[in-house]
Design a protein around this ligand. Structure first.
Ligand SMILES: Cc1cc2nc3c(=O)[nH]c(=O)nc-3n(C[C@H](O)[C@H](O)[C@H](O)COP(=O)(O)OP(=O)(O)OC[C@H]3O[C@@H](n4cnc5c(N)ncnc54)[C@H](O)[C@@H]3O)c2cc1C
Length: 389
């Protein structure tokens, strides 16, 4: 009988709870501690919720392949009492655009992506213009277009679907704040709540999203994950731009359709990207960086009208911008699922399944997620992902 306590009930924590309880070999109970069931500041509720296969590392590509398969079947797999959730998955692809300087990176990643079965095509500027009449290809040497398996979905809907299914399988969600651990001989024996109560456990999981470093610190672990604000701007355009994938410009500015309009964003310069910035929208980012880039890339966007905006936190891994997943090497019953740096919601199915395999079977059984283990941080060996948006 295993008692599993998960700190954080966002998409990652709820996916882990679901996959553990869906495994028939599991004997035990799962408690998810979530301090804000409204998810007002949770990344999973403030995400752009897009999914792609176009990464530069094999592990992220494999995770993306499982992710899209899972999302396609989410209605069926996460049905509760005959009620199938609709997560609104649509697959218009990602289009990464590169200047001459960046073209070789696209080519290198393309080789790996094709070897792993990704449905992706490299397109010259002429081919890009013929597919996307609205696109200006000035300064573009190459584009990489996902032909299937990439797009976007309702991230909050996925979080709620994981949560509801996990509860239907027996997960207990506790509206409480975790505040510390009890330990014995380098094992976590309990999770202490802010009201002083302790939940005894055999396994503790850190799924605290942007706040994961604070949880790790209770064990003296220095987790290189910081809350970094990212703003998303919503706009309309009088002239429809169709068909439109999620476009990533060489400037780093991205945009995609959302409902009848579009959303867009950009990561700020590292020099203006402090930890824990308040979740207020930085409008200068749109005026000074995003709008000029949009208007240059899509002439029709010169007439756009920005209508609203929001801000949320990336759980930014300052070491190598990749997830940190698996049991901690020194705290053998403390699992990490943190630091996804802008690609966490699409990775929630594979990470949920992976952590569940570690908990239930003592090792990975399907996809080996050990390249994402904490060991690389301890050893100072970054797993560098070149396609970070
Ligand atoms: C603007 C934006 C755009 C994004 N776009 C994409 C995208 O296109 N594709 C993609 O894959 N990913 C994207 N992401 C990233 C993705 O949303 C996150 O990686 C993912 O949602 C992380 O999920 P999580 O469950 O770890 O974190 P969260 O959803 O933040 O959940 C963590 C939960 O832990 C709880 N918690 C923390 N500490 C405690 C404690 N001590 N006690 C109790 N509860 C606690 C919090 O209340 C929170 O609900 C984006 C993120 C943002 C902000």
């Amino acid at each position: 009988m295993q008692r599993v306590v998960i700190i954080g009930g966002g998409a990652i924590g709820s996916a882990i709870a679901y996959f553990i309880l869906a495994d028939r070999a599991f004997r035990g109970e799962v408690t998810v501690i979530e301090r804000d069931p409204s998810y007002a500041r949770a990344s999973s509720a403030l995400s752009a919720s897009s999914i792609r296969q176009q990464f530069s590392t094999a592990i992220n590509i494999e995770i993306g392949r499982f992710g899209i398969g899972f999302l396609r079947e989410a209605g069926e797999r996460l049905t509760v009492d005959g009620d199938a959730p609709d997560i609104g998955l649509t697959e218009p692809g990602y289009l990464f655009l590169a200047s001459h300087a960046g073209a070789s990176v696209l080519e290198r990643s393309h080789g790996l992506q094709r070897a792993l079965g990704v449905d992706v095509a490299l397109l010259e500027p002429r081919e890009l213009r013929s597919r996307f009449h609205w696109l200006a290809t000035d300064g573009i040497a190459l584009g990489s277009l996902g032909l299937s398996g990439e797009g976007w979905f309702d991230g909050y809907g996925l979080l709620q679907a994981f949560r509801r299914k996990a509860r239907s399988l027996g997960a207990r969600y506790l509206d409480a704040s975790a505040a510390g651990f009890t330990t014995s001989r380098h094992r976590v024996t309990g999770v202490v709540l802010a009201d002083g109560a302790t939940l005894d456990c055999d396994v503790a999981v850190n799924a605290a999203g942007p706040w994961a470093a604070a949880v790790a610190r209770w064990l003296g672990i220095d987790l290189p994950v910081r809350a970094r604000r990212r703003c998303v701007f919503v706009f309309n355009c009088p002239t429809p731009v169709v068909p439109c994938p999620l476009v990533v410009d060489p400037s780093g500015v991205w945009f995609r359709p959302e409902g009848r309009g579009y959303i867009c964003g950009v990561s700020p310069d590292p020099g203006s990207d402090p930890d824990d910035a308040p979740l207020d929208v930085d409008h200068t980012l749109f005026d000074e960086v995003i709008w000029p880039a949009l208007a240059a890339r899509v002439p029709a966007f010169e007439a756009l009208r920005q209508t609203s905006a929001w801000a949320g936190y990336y759980e930014f891994n300052t070491f190598d911008q990749n997830g940190i997943v698996g049991f901690h090497p020194e705290w053998g019953n403390f699992a990490l699922a943190n630091g996804f740096s802008g690609h966490g919601i699409q990775q929630s199915p594979a990470v949920g399944r992976g952590i569940a395999e570690l908990v239930v079977h003592g090792g990975y059984r399907t996809l080996d997620l050990s390249p994402l283990g904490f060991g690389r941080i301890a050893a100072g060996r970054p797993l560098t992902e070149l396609a970070v948006v």
